[in-house]
Ligand binder design. Structure first.
Ligand code: UFG
Length: 329
C-alpha cells in the first residue's frame, strides 16, 4: 500500500533529498516548511508543500488530523553550529520547542513512527577514533544540545506512549542528488564543500582554512563526508525498523578527509586551483569526527553507494555549475 508521510523541513538540504527518495519509491509526501531556510523549488513535483511554522500548533494539528499518517520525519531546525554558540538560548528554545511540540502532537494524533534528523555534534568531546552509538554524549554546541533534548523527549515518547523513533546522527552531509534535481543551498553558506567549489569557480573570495595546527597528519580538521543520497537511503531503511522498535544510528562512511584533502578533491574534479588562506581555528571545531556506522549496516543492510570523496564532490560541482544561484530567489 502507498505510504503517507509528513516531512518537516522538507524544503531544506537533507530533507529535500529524503522527500525525493520517498517519492521515488511511490510514497505520498506532505512537506511542512516555513521557507526561512528551505526553498520552494527544492520540493519536487509530486510532494505537497504547506508553508507554515511548527510553532503554529493549530495549523500543525489541522495537518495531522488530515487522515492517516504512516510517520513523521522531522528535519526543520536551526542548524548552524557556529551561530548556536553566539545565540545559545535561541537555539535551545526554538529547536527544542519545535521538536518536542511536534512529538507531543504526534502522540495526540496517534502517529506510530517518527524519524529525527540528529547530528554528530552530540559527540563534542570525542577523542578521534570512529564514533559508535555508545560513545558518551557531550554536545559540542547549543545546536547539538537542542538535538539531544529532542532525542531524550523521543525516548520518553516511546516509553510512555509507544511512539517508535529513529534518531539518525549525521556526520557531514555532502554532495547533491546524482540525478541533478536537488543540491545544497544554505544562506549564508558555511559548509566546506560548497564554499570550496565557489572559491574554485571564482564566485567567492579565497577559502579560509580554519586552522592548520590540529593534531592531524596535515594539521587541518578531519570529517566524515557522507553523500546526502546515502543519508536519504538510510532514512528509508530506518523507517522499516520502526515496525519492531526504536533505533539510534550514527551515519557516516567511516572515512575521514581533511580540509586540505577536500580542496585537492575539488581541484581534481573541477580542474581548477582553489585559492585559499590559512585562518584561525573556528571555535567549537573538534579535530576529528568520523563515524562508526556498523550498527545500521548490520541491522538494515545500509551500504553507502556514493562514499568516494571525488564522486561526492562531482555531484556537488555539477549542481553548483548548473545552478550558480542555487534555487534562485
Ligand atoms: N571549514 C573551513 N573553512 C570554511 C568552512 C569550514 O576550514 O570556510 C572547515 C571546518 O573548520 C571543519 C570542516 O571544514 O573542519 C567542515 O566544516 P563544515 O562547516 O562544513 O561542517 P561541520 O563539521 O562544522 O558541521 C557539520 C554540520 C553540522 C553538524 C556537524 C556534525 O554543518 O550541522 O557537521 O559533525 F552538526
Amino acid at each position: 500500500m502507498r505510504r503517507r508521510y509528513l516531512v518537516t523541513g522538507g524544503a531544506g538540504y537533507v530533507g529535500s533529498h529524503v522527500v525525493a527518495a520517498l517519492a521515488d519509491r511511490g510514497d505520498e509526501i506532505v512537506v511542512i516548511d516555513n521557507l526561512r531556510q528551505g526553498h520552494r523549488r527544492a520540493v519536487l513535483d509530486g510532494a505537497r508543500l504547506i508553508e507554515a511554522d511548527l510553532s503554529d500548533s493549530a495549523r500543525l494539528d489541522a495537518v495531522l488530523a488530515e487522515g492517516r499518517w504512516d510517520g513523521v520525519l522531522h528535519f526543520a531546525s536551526l542548524s548552524l553550529v557556529g551561530e548556536s554558540m553566539r545565540q545559545p538560548f535561541r537555539y535551545l528554545m526554538e529547536n527544542a520547542m519545535a521538536g518536542i511540540g511536534l512529538i507531543d502532537a504526534c502522540v495526540r494524533h496517534g502517529i506510530a513512527r517518527f524519524v529525527l534528523s540528529s547530528t554528530a555534534n552530540l559527540f563534542g568531546s570525542a577523542s578521534g577514533g570512529p564514533i559508535a552509538e555508545d560513545v558518551a554524549i557531550d554536545p559540542g554546541s547549543p545546536y547539538g544540545e537542542s538535538k539531544w533534548m529532542i532525542e531524550r523527549a523521543l525516548l520518553w515518547a516511546d516509553r510512555l506512549h509507544g511512539l517508535r523513533s529513529a534518531r539518525l546522527r549525521y556526520f557531514n552531509a555532502a554532495g547533491a542528488d546524482p540525478a541533478g534535481r536537488l543540491g545544497e543551498d544554505h544562506r549564508p553558506e558555511t559548509h566546506l564543500i560548497p564554499l570550496v567549489i565557489d572559491a574554485a569557480l571564482g564566485r567567492r573570495p579565497p577559502l579560509e582554512v580554519f586552522g592548520d595546527d590540529y593534531p592531524t597528519p596535515d594539521g587541518t580538521c578531519i570529517r566524515d563526508y557522507v553523500h546526502v543520497t546515502d543519508l536519504a537511503e538510510a532514512h528509508l531503511l530506518a523507517l522499516d525498523q520502526l515496525d519492531a522498535r526504536s533505533v539510534t544510528y550514527n551515519l557516516g562512511n567511516g572515512l575521514g578527509h581533511s580540509v586540505l584533502q577536500v580542496i585537492e578533491a575539488v581541484e581534481r574534479v573541477g580542474g581548477r586551483r582553489v585559492p585559499y588562506t590559512v585562518a584561525a581555528r573556528r571555535p567549537g571545531d573538534p579535530a576529528v569526527l568520523v563515524a562508526a556506522s556498523d550498527l545500521i549496516r548490520r541491522e538494515t543492510g545500509w551500504t553507502p553507494k556514493h562514499a568516494d570523496l571525488d564522486h561526492i564532490v562531482r555531484t556537488a560541482w555539477a549542481w553548483r555549475e548548473k545552478h550558480p544561484d542555487g534555487y534562485g530567489n
